[in-house]
Ligand binder design. Structure first.
Ligand SMILES: [Zn+2]
Length: 106
């Protein structure tokens, strides 16, 4: 097998890479994937927030859905704020829609 860190060929039974000292075991894999997943979740969260704002700006109901999903998944304040902004834009659209309906009725 090959070392994940430096890419050099190492013995299959090695627990450490003799070239760079990288730990080669299941725990390393677990932490490695774990970190990757955390990064992916962060990126996904930002994507949800951005989508929420885009769809809410377009007046689509998807904006509300994305904002709610984002608020449910977000842990970071800045990301939660993105969803709150999206919800605010959606609320503005709903008010605009109500005003339009009222004007149409009058
Ligand atoms: Zn190595």
């Amino acid at each position: 097998m090959y070392c994940k860190n430096c890419g050099k060929e190492i013995d299959d039974n090695s627990t450490f890479c003799p070239y760079c000292g990288q730990q080669i075991n299941e725990n390393t894999d677990y932490y490695y994937t774990g970190n990757n997943n955390n990064n992916n979740i962060k990126k996904e969260s930002q994507v949800i927030g951005i989508l929420a704002i885009i769809f809410s700006a377009l007046g689509g109901w998807l904006g509300i859905i994305f904002a709610i999903i984002g608020l449910a998944t977000y842990k970071e304040k800045s990301n939660r704020n993105l969803c709150k902004i999206a919800l605010g834009i959606c609320a503005a659209w709903v008010i605009l829609l109500i005003i339009t309906i009222f004007c149409a009725l009058i």
